[in-house]
Design a protein around this ligand. Structure first.
Ligand code: CP3
Length: 347
């Protein structure tokens, strides 16, 4: 099906676009009252993720309500460890918990490389969403980067320091590589299945990249992201590695199309270090706590710095749950209006 608005896909391919496309990480869920209603009706988070009709419904909400240039499929990065054999629970007001975390090579016997059949609920949600989108905007598929998934499997949940996961990298490097490889293979099968079901572009989230030293990042994260990007040639790929400012020159060498910047990564400096990539980002989500005038000013400042090409507007990380919908809409509208006013000026 031909996309009516294919700005995101064209921008990701490095093509010229009439305006900068805009979407937001964590746009589905979190801030919308319409999401909370569906979330309350479904018993819990996992039911929502595993019921394609509901997942499709909340995926479409930001397209209808906020006017973003892309939908991102409603799911979670933690569906991969679950499909590999490690169950997780999403605890209210606490986040994910793995009752049986992994700590040594012996535990690998409990795991397997995930097959797309085990994630049918995600690919079904993608097919349904594509049908309901009817070509309005592209659909983004996603997965966690192997290091970020590894860290949840070893920690058994979130952590401030991720010291347990880092300890395993230092003390059991062979086992670490074994597990990272299993995650990477699972992720490749999974992303290919998402693309087969209709994802127009995919993003890899390395949310805990910044926890690692540059040397550890080079050894335990980048090679697996590279494997994933090498395997995905069907659609454009975005790599978002939060906190990996030190790895920008190496990210420029990755076989991906787009690199996501967090708000700590200077824009001009990132352009110099990653001349071959389309850049995505990078307004501090907390800037959306300001007044509408503040949001407009900060968004324009960001757009001025990126310039109007080879850029996909986004935040430097996901939206926080208590950010007001009006501020989010202001961010999106400012991007759209800015591009129009630039064109008028140029013409
Ligand atoms: O971007 C989107 O809107 C699509 C949906 C999406 C979710 N999680 C839904 C979700 C995406 C892309 C994710 C990715 C994800 N999940 C990441 C990487 C992105 C990032 O923010 O760095 C990570 C680290 C996770 C793991 C995770 N899932 C945590 C730590 C939590 C609890 C805290 C929270 O609210 O984010 C989740 C739960 C989760 N995933 C929710 C949503 C909407 C909240 C659950 C609820 O509705 O109660």
């Amino acid at each position: 099906m031909q996309l009516q608005n294919d700005l995101l896909v064209r921008a990701a391919q490095g093509k010229e676009t009439e305006r900068t496309p805009v979407w937001l990480m964590r746009q589905a869920g979190r801030i919308l009252p319409e999401y909370r209603k569906v979330r309350e009706a479904a018993r819990d988070f996992k039911t929502l993720v595993k019921t394609p009709e509901l997942a499709a419904e909340v995926t479409l909400q930001p397209v209808d309500i906020l006017g973003v240039d892309a939908a991102i499929i409603f799911s979670d990065i933690l569906v991969i460890p679950e499909a590999m054999g490690l169950n997780y629970e999403m605890e209210e007001n606490k986040g994910p918990v793995f009752p049986n975390r992994i700590s040594s090579a012996a535990d690998i016997k409990r795991l397997h490389v995930a097959s797309p059949d085990e994630l049918r609920y995600v690919t079904d949600a993608i097919s349904l969403t594509k049908h309901e989108l009817n070509g309005r905007v592209p659909l983004i598929g996603f997965a966690g980067a192997p290091w970020t998934i590894f860290s949840y499997m070893i920690e058994g949940g979130g952590s401030k320091t991720f010291s347990r996961a880092k300890k395993v990298l230092y003390t059991q490097p062979v086992f670490s590589h074994q597990l990272l490889e299993m995650i990477a293979q699972s992720t490749i099968h999974y992303l290919k299945a998402q693309i087969h079901a209709g994802a127009d572009i995919v993003q890899v989230f390395d949310s805990w990249a910044g926890i690692l030293s540059p040397a550890q990042y080079r050894e335990f994260s980048l090679p697996y992201i590279r494997k994933i990007c090498d395997a995905i040639q069907e659609v454009p790929t975005i790599v978002f590695a939060k906190g990996a400012f030190f790895a920008r020159p190496e990210m420029n060498m990755l076989p991906c199309n787009v690199v996501g910047l967090d708000w700590n990564m200077g824009i001009a400096e990132s352009r110099i270090q990653m001349p071959d990539k389309v850049l995505q980002g990078n307004l501090d989500p907390c800037a959306l706590y300001g007044s509408l005038d503040d949001v407009k000013r900060e968004t324009k400042r960001m757009l001025d710095e990126f310039g109007s090409q080879k850029h996909i507007a986004n935040l430097g990380h996901g939206l926080y749950p208590d950010i007001e919908v009006d501020k989010v809409r202001c961010f999106i509208d400012t991007v759209k209006e800015y591009s129009v006013s630039m064109r008028l000026k140029a013409g």
